[in-house]
Design a protein around this ligand. Structure first.
Ligand SMILES: Nc1nc2c(ncn2[C@@H]2O[C@H](COP(=O)(O)OP(=O)(O)OP(=O)(O)O)[C@@H](O)[C@H]2O)c(=O)[nH]1
Ligand SMILES: [Mg+2]
Length: 335
């Protein structure tokens, strides 16, 4: 039998003969080539515009590393269980900064011991987003930490990918896909039911994060915003049909600016989510802090991730009683 090699990360077909995609007829797999095939794949050739980069002969394509498009996300999920999380909230709420705080902590080994950074298919995307932060030399935070998110393809969602290994001795790893959507997507969903069509991919999500702008919620404009957050939740359930058994984290961003004090209106959003049926948790978060040493960079970032992964049925409305979700949604039960 002619040996075949595969361009897919993690596929061991060359050694084990088993296709990662579980294809019966591996000759039909677009990722494999015969071992003696002299064709050189130009992985370095990158295209800033697309999520995929074509090789010179035009037959094959590779992830550009900026972000993962919906089709590539689907094939990743087919090959291995990937946790997919939707992160929603208005423009400037702090969605991208949350992801950057998580990525930077992972990349410098600052996650809790049980999680080790094991790579990312979107390193270039993370680094491009972290450019401003990389130039920050300590002291007061710059006015703008991240650029407004623009999608490569404005009509389709894109994902950032992180791979975490569970502890030093473990070989088990978690593949995490997070949306990094511009705030306009959430705005459009609130304003128009037609926009629900674009969010169909969230039916498969393992968790939803709603990023509430903490300082804004603590300001005078809060009543309008409060209503809009409720509409967003309503749309997710009634129009997108997101299953309400998945965990919903309400992340109160920029909490360093509000002295880690929860604006009372957030409780109303929480109650609304609980009434819709979501296992809900409110987390005060400071992805980056302007209030050292009282508030550390990254406060709440891991809490939010762990809640989404483990799906504890915990809400502060339950007065501290926490119960793990049963079934495949639970990180530990899943494996
Ligand atoms: N002090 C402080 N500022 C923050 C924090 N998180 C975000 N910011 C500020 O909020 C701005 C917007 O954050 P982004 O993460 O870009 O917001 P976004 O929700 O991704 O916005 P869009 O991409 O426009 O939808 C940043 O440039 C920071 O100035 C935080 O934890 N603390
Ligand atoms: Mg953004």
């Amino acid at each position: 039998m002619v040996k075949r090699y595969c361009s897919k990360t993690g596929c061991t077909i060359l050694d084990s003969g088993t296709c990662l995609m579980s294809l019966g007829d591996i000759t039909s797999c677009p990722h494999t080539r015969e071992k003696n095939d002299s064709e050189k794949i130009d992985r370095a050739e990158s295209n800033e515009k697309g999520t995929r980069v074509a090789s010179k002969n035009g037959e094959r394509s590779f992830l550009s590393g900026l972000e993962i498009g919906i089709e590539d996300a689907a094939s990743m999920m087919k090959a291995k269980y990937c946790f997919m999380f939707g992160i929603l909230g208005p423009s400037n709420a702090g969605k991208t900064c949350y992801l950057l705080a998580l990525y930077l902590a992972a990349a410098r080994g600052a996650l809790p011991d049980k999680y080790l950074f094991a790579g990312s298919e979107t390193l270039i995307g993370f680094e491009a987003r972290a450019r401003k932060l990389r130039n920050w030399r300590g002291g007061a935070l710059p006015e703008k930490l991240a650029d407004h998110t623009h999608l490569t393809d404005p009509r389709n969602p894109a994902f950032l990918h992180l791979k975490l290994k569970e502890g030093k001795s473990s070989t088990r790893s978690l593949d995490l896909l997070f949306t990094d959507l511009p705030g306009e997507w959430s705005k459009n969903l609130i304003d128009s039911v037609e926009a629900a069509q674009r969010f169909q991919f969230l039916k498969r999500a393992d968790g939803i994060m709603i990023v509430v702008d903490g300082p804004q919620m603590a300001s005078r404009a809060k009543l309008v915003e409060l209503t809009r957050y409720k509409h967003l939740l309503e749309r997710l359930v009634r129009s997108v049909c997101v299953p309400t058994k998945i965990p919903l984290a309400i992340v109160v961003s920029k909490s360093d600016k509000i002295k880690m004090t929860l604006p009372p209106e957030v409780r109303e959003i929480e109650k609304y989510a609980v009434d819709l049926g979501f296992p809900t948790k409110v987390i005060l978060c400071a992805a980056f802090s302007n209030n050292h040493p009282k508030v550390a960079n990254g406060t709440g970032v891991i809490d939010a991730l762990e809640f989404l992964l483990n799906g504890e049925r915990h809400s502060s409305l339950d007065q501290g009683v926490s119960t793990s979700l049963q079934g495949s949604r639970s990180f530990h039960n899943f494996r």
